[in-house]
Design a protein around this ligand. Sequence first.
Ligand SMILES: *Cc1c(COP(=O)(O)O)cnc(C)c1O
Length: 360
Amino acid sequence: MDFIHQMEPWFDENEITAMVEYLKSDPWLTEFKKTKELEGQICEFTGAKFCTMVNNGTVSLAVALMALGIGAGDDVIVPDFTMIASANAAILCGSNPVFVDIEESSLCLDIDSFKSAITKNTKALVLVSINGRYPTKLAEIIEVCMNENILILEDAAQSLGSFKGDKHLGTLGNIGSFSFSSQKIVTTGQGGALITDNEELSLKIRALKDFGRDRGGIDIHKTMGFNFKLTDLQAVIGIEQMKKLPFRIKRKKEIFHSYQQLLEQTDQVEFIHTNLEETTPWFIDILVPDPKSLQTYLRDNNIGTRVFYPPIHLQPAYNRNETYPVAEKIAEHGLWLPSSSQLKDSDIEFICSSINQFYS
Ligand SMILES: *Cc1c(COP(=O)(O)O)cnc(C)c1O
């Protein structure tokens, strides 16, 4: 029996044909028309006015913070439970990440912890929508930010296909960021996208990723900038992947629902409350008493899983002497089950019966 990966990228003949055609068209390989086309698809899908591709979903966060004017001496609030890039991006632009706890119901930012972390140095919030969910007190969080002049960068890397009402996540703050790494719902291998409705911000982002140029091919640099560009080689893949996004969204929701049904009888397995009308679960996240032993048992049955991120303040790279009880508790109990869109129903049945057996 083949090993079932926790997550794997998925492509087929469409990507191969598109890539061959592109390579035969005498292309320049770097970003150009294909990147522009992909940006257009993302605008259309999310409803954002402007989209700019960059080379990954960590650089995208750092560039967004730079475009918002965040730098040395500024504090940026980041939830303690997220992929470490949400915090490292603040470091990359010279600012200081300040961690706050999450709430158990959504695994996203807790409003009270957020409010008590605000000081006069607080300039921005990295609002992470973990696994396509958003904080239960989102409206209030946005209101606090407006009142306190705190800019909002949404790290929506896990939320392509997820909404709050009819608004796509990533369109609720000043800038929204997505990742197209090989783990994400659609991928270009590596890649990132920034969306905004603010034209001035989008021009800043474009200049930042292209050496401070205001258009291609000129060597006068009006502002400071770097090279964070995608390539058309990657965009060719991204365009085909975006066409498959609606199917994957539907399938991810079905997969989540099947897991919930097949694990319903096992009291040890807990799901996070998920509104499938709005949320496309990127990963299947469960809370169990003993994620590491379940992981070992499943690995012996050819099933790959991944334990939750450790709280960021406890990561060796930060090692801060602070405590965030909810993030710490969640990290001790969380496990990501196989979550690829190409999982078959029979895979899910096998995975769930293995889990049920482990707890029987
Ligand atoms: C994947 C991810 C990132 C980083 O994206 P890369 O493209 O891998 O750099 C950032 N934040 C969150 C929440 C992520 O899930």
